[in-house]
Design a protein around this ligand. Structure first.
Ligand code: BES
Ligand code: MN
Ligand code: ZN
Length: 499
């Protein structure tokens, strides 16, 4: 799909999408079209329920005598309320509507449309951004797709007052969407195709953008003493890896921001095996790693002026004769011993070594991990907010702000000494599950034991990565959201990048 910005006036073919503000304020294009159609637009407003609210559409066949196929009115909401996220949402709604009609080209009339918050070209670029994000499809394995089921829409033309400015702004938005799509595709690929080794292969594509990639194999990790991570993968026939991505866009001696991702390419639960219903969804247990990788994609392609490392722990959790048992005690790279009481609480084991390694080697100024860590976070927050846990209120606040700006929202949960007591083990330093509920929080406390003084935050994205309800920018199951890429790109841009 091709998205272009133009200043040409009314098109002569295809479908034309025309914005109407709530309470009927006409945009310039609506006025012009109303004249050309002898008052059709005004009449349609009086004879229907369409009121210009964001997300509302009114689709009509263009009258004979006009070469256009269709006129579609779309709601812009209230002019004084129209902010960046609203513009993106409008774009997302438009592509959903456009897919319902058979036309190959659509034109979105946004000339002279502005709000108190957004200048015209910015508004146009953001409509393009939301449209692009929502346009993602994954049809790679559909070999018999019928012509009528294919997306027919090829060209989207957005009419704006300054196509040049809008094009430049959109180019940046496109880089963000590419990173989101990179993360989504990693998430949706089946686990027989995407496993630790092939995940690493995908990461090699990032080197073309200037990302430095280092891959630690099993042998090296053994030498480093990463037995927490390695124990998770020992029931799988597929070897585990730790991949390190580095983007250096600032001075060499500047400490990086570090992002660490859980990359369990399939989580069967191991010997503490999961029930079979919907077990297929556990191919998404690498969404943390995917988000970190997608973020690196964005930062490199937009040449962000910041030093960043992305570390992903890649492994597969399988039951097998050689699999880790409940009752096993392993020694992590930190030296702390872990009693494994449930092999299904494996993400924290992967992160224990990944976090320790990252902090030890890079001395980051902040470290943020992303993980589809607990079912309990799905119970508490559903798919609307990710769980946020932190040892640093300043960092937590920054992440919340970035969350509000991108609508990849987070909700902070408590950290408290008493939860930490819940994971004291009788015969080792720590156990991998607590007994007193609050399992998202005890999971966070487990991670914290592998973080020293580094400002650190943990995002539990089990509910936000893979939606069963509709998400404005991705739709719903089976399309993953790519949650975290936009959030963390905004965090980096706003708080850590030199401008
Ligand atoms: N990968 C799962 C968490 C998960 C659940 C992600 C649902 C996405 C959707 C994780 O490894 C897990 O199994 N967690 C257990 C921990 C428990 C054994 C303490 C859980 O939350 O049930
Ligand atoms: Mn698990
Ligand atoms: Zn898991």
């Amino acid at each position: 799909m091709n998205i272009v910005f133009s200043s040409s006036k009314l098109p002569t073919q295809g479908s034309i999408f025309v914005g109407i503000f709530e309470e009927g304020t006409f945009t310039a294009a609506a006025e012009l079209l109303n004249e050309k159609t002898s008052g059709l637009i005004k009449k349609s407003l009086t004879c229907t329920h369409f009121s210009g609210k964001k997300g509302e559409f009114l689709s009509m066949i263009a009258p004979a005598g006009i070469s256009l196929q269709r006129i579609v009115l779309f709601g812009l909401g209230k002019q004084e309320h129209l902010k960046a996220l609203d513009a993106m949402e409008i774009g997302a709604h438009i592509i959903v509507e456009a897919k319902k009609i058979p036309d190959k080209n659509i034109t979105i009339m946004l000339d002279l449309v502005e709000s108190d918050h957004l200048k015209n070209p910015k508004l146009a670029a953001l409509v393009g951004s939301g449209l692009l994000l929502r346009s993602y499809e994954f049809t790679k394995y559909k070999t018999q797709l019928k012509e009528k089921d294919k997306t027919h829409i090829k060209d989207v033309s957005i009419v704006t007052d300054s196509p040049k400015v809008a094009t430049d702004l959109f180019a940046e938005e496109e880089k963000i969407a590419e990173g989101v799509f990179f993360a989504r595709t990693l998430a949706i690929e089946p686990p027989n195709v995407l496993y630790p080794e092939t995940f690493v292969k995908e990461l090699k594509t990032l080197t073309k953008l200037g990302v430095k990639l280092e891959v630690l194999d099993t042998e090296y990790m053994e030498k480093m003493g990463m037995h927490a991570l390695l124990g998770v993968g020992q029931g799988s026939t597929k070897p585990s890896y730790l991949a390190i991505m580095m983007w250096n866009g600032a001075e060499k001696d500047e400490a990086p921001i570090a992002f660490v991702g859980k990359g369990v390419t399939f989580d069967s639960g191991g010997i503490s095996i999961k029930p079979s219903a919907r077990m297929d969804e556990m191919k998404m247990d690498m969404c943390g790693a995917a988000a970190v990788s997608g973020l690196m994609h964005v930062l490199a392609s937009r040449q962000a002026k910041v030093n960043v490392v992305g570390v992903v722990g890649l492994t597969e959790n399988m039951p097998d004769g050689n699999a880790q048992r409940p009752g096993d005690i392993v020694k992590s790279m930190s030296g702390q011993t872990i009693e494994i009481l449930n092999t299904d609480a494996e993400g924290r084991l992967v992160l224990a070594d990944a976090l320790w390694y990252t902090q030890d080697r890079f001395k980051p100024k902040a470290m943020i991990d992303l993980a589809t860590l607990t079912n309990a976070i799905v119970v508490s927050l559903g798919s609307k907010f990710a769980g946020l846990f932190s040892n640093d209120e300043g960092l937590a606040h920054k992440i919340k702000q970035a969350g509000e700006e991108t609508k990849e929202q987070v909700w902070q949960l408590p950290m408290d000494e008493r939860y930490d007591r819940d994971i004291d083990s009788k015969i080792a330093d720590v156990k991998n599950v607590g007994d007193n509920g609050a399992s998202s929080i005890t999971a966070a406390h487990f991670l914290q034991r592998f973080v020293n003084k580094t400002p650190w935050a943990h995002l539990d994205i089990a509910g936000t990565s893979w939606n069963h309800e509709k998400n404005i920018f991705s739709g719903c199951y089976p399309i993953p959201t790519g949650f975290g890429v936009r959030l963390l790109n905004t965090l980096v841009h706003k708080f850590y990048e030199k401008h």
